[in-house]
Design a protein. Sequence first.
Length: 188
Amino acid sequence: MATTSDIRNGLCISYNNDIYKVIEFLHVKPGKGPAFVRTKLKSVTNGKVIDNTFPAGRKIDDVRVETHKFQYLYNDGEFYHFMNEQDYTQIRLLPSALDSPDLMKEGEVVTIIINSEDNMPLSVDMPASVILEVIHAEPGVKGNTATNATKPATVESGAIVNVPLFINEGDKIKVETTKGTYQERIKE
C-alpha cells in the first residue's frame, strides 16, 4: 500500500477495478485548502487516458511489476511480436498496450512492464528517442534554416513526423517518442 507521496511517472496502480499507469503527475499545494496530487492515468487494458485528482496522503494500491528488455520483432497486422532478450521467449501485444507503435522499427529494444502476480504484460516503455531514416519528404532548399517552418516526412517505421524544411530523403533524424516530434538531424 502506497500513498500519494509515492506517485511517480511509470507507477502502476489499481484504481476503479482496473490497472492504470501514471503518465503525468503534479503535487499542488494551494495557498488555501489542503494539498492534492493531479494525475493523468492511462489504462493498461484499453489504453484510455483519464485525469484524476488524489487528496494528499491518500492510500493507493500499487501493483507489483517487473521490467524486462524485449526486442521488437514484427507486426502481423493485429499483434506486435516481441522476444525476451534473456530467455528468448516471445510474446504478442495489442497496439493499445503501446504508447507509440508507429515509431518502432524492427530490432528496437524496449522495456515491457509485467505484472508480477499473473505475468501479464501491462505496458511497453520505448526509449526516450529513436533514430529513424526519412524515406519520403519534399525536397529541401539550401538556406531554409532561418524559419521554424516544417513539412511532413515519412520515416522508415511508417510514421509521419513534421520536420524542418532542410530535411531530405535519406537523412537520419532523432524523434522524441513521447510526443512523436522531431529533435535533430543525425550526421554520420
